[in-house]
Design a protein around this ligand. Structure first.
Ligand SMILES: Nc1ncnc2c1ncn2[C@@H]1O[C@H](COP(=O)(O)OP(=O)(O)OP(=O)(O)O)[C@@H](O)[C@H]1O
Ligand SMILES: [Mg+2]
Length: 230
């Protein structure tokens, strides 16, 4: 039962946005998913009080340092996919969540500073790998990138991460109004009104490509439950 954990010590890197995009796309494809919203502001819980939350998407908001591992275990028994959204701090709770992860996703925006923060997040992954003596699949996800031009900074960041042997998702999450609108309207992407939200179709296509790459990455680890979202 794959557990996917979004990690970045940098506030505003795009963890919550990317986590909700992934969760809603997996639910839309028909697999049940639990989101553990471990941000004290509970943005995904708040989103789920809006209309059209899929029946197969559950949001839990009571996870803390004391119970994180149990919450993930319980959720993994109930739904084939578990997604954990963490607060932007490198606290113990991050290590606890990473200890249960089948895939760690490290969102990072296109500035050198954010890329340095992503490297910090990866240290948590490496630390856990040493502690547990198991490898933890991870990928850096470039977020809020321009759909039109590839900036030099972005190309440089992606290149230097790859050169350093760091896994970077091929799919980037573009900067899209639709991803903010999901939260403002409390709706999944597919229920937003294309007359009110520009480039909604492109945002959905980008969300689908990201989800497909996540599923393919999980499948490399040959986890049986992943087949359900074929
Ligand atoms: N791909 C995107 N397109 C447009 N806006 C985005 C995108 N990703 C994130 N944002 C916006 O950037 C801001 C920060 O994103 P988000 O809340 O997802 O980051 P976070 O890493 O969860 O932050 P925190 O550490 O505070 O929890 C939000 O206002 C969000 O709407
Ligand atoms: Mg967040």
């Amino acid at each position: 039962m794959p557990t996917i954990v979004f990690v970045s010590p940098k506030g505003g890197a795009g963890k919550t946005t990317s986590a909700l995009i992934l969760a809603t796309q997996i639910a839309r494809k028909g697999a049940a998913v639990t989101v553990i919203d471990a941000d004290p502001n509970h943005p995904i819980k708040a989103w789920s009080t809006g209309a059209n939350t899929p029946n197969n998407l559950t949001v839990l908001s009571d996870a803390d340092e004391e119970n994180m591992i149990e919450r993930i275990e319980e959720a993994a028994e109930k739904t084939p996919f578990v997604i954990v959204d963490l607060e932007g701090t490198a606290a113990k709770i991050v290590l606890l969540a990473v200890s249960q992860a089948d895939l760690v996703i490290v969102p990072t925006q296109g500035s050198q500073l954010d890329a340095a923060q992503a490297t910090r997040a990866l240290k948590v992954v490496k630390q856990h790998e040493k502690m547990a003596r198991r490898s933890v699949p991870y990928g850096v996800l470039l977020t809020r990138t321009s759909p039109i031009i590839r900036t030099r900074t972005m190309a440089h960041i992606a290149g230097s991460l790859t050169d350093a042997g760091i896994n970077v998702f091929q799919t980037e999450l573009n900067e899209r109004e639709a991803y903010r609108a999901m939260f403002s309207f409390g709706e999944p992407l597919e229920h937003l009104d294309p007359r009110e939200v520009s480039n909604l179709d492109k945002a959905i296509a980008n969300a689908e490509a990201f989800t497909a790459e996540v599923i393919a990455t999980l499948r490399e680890g040959e986890r049986p439950a992943v087949a359900e979202v074929a």
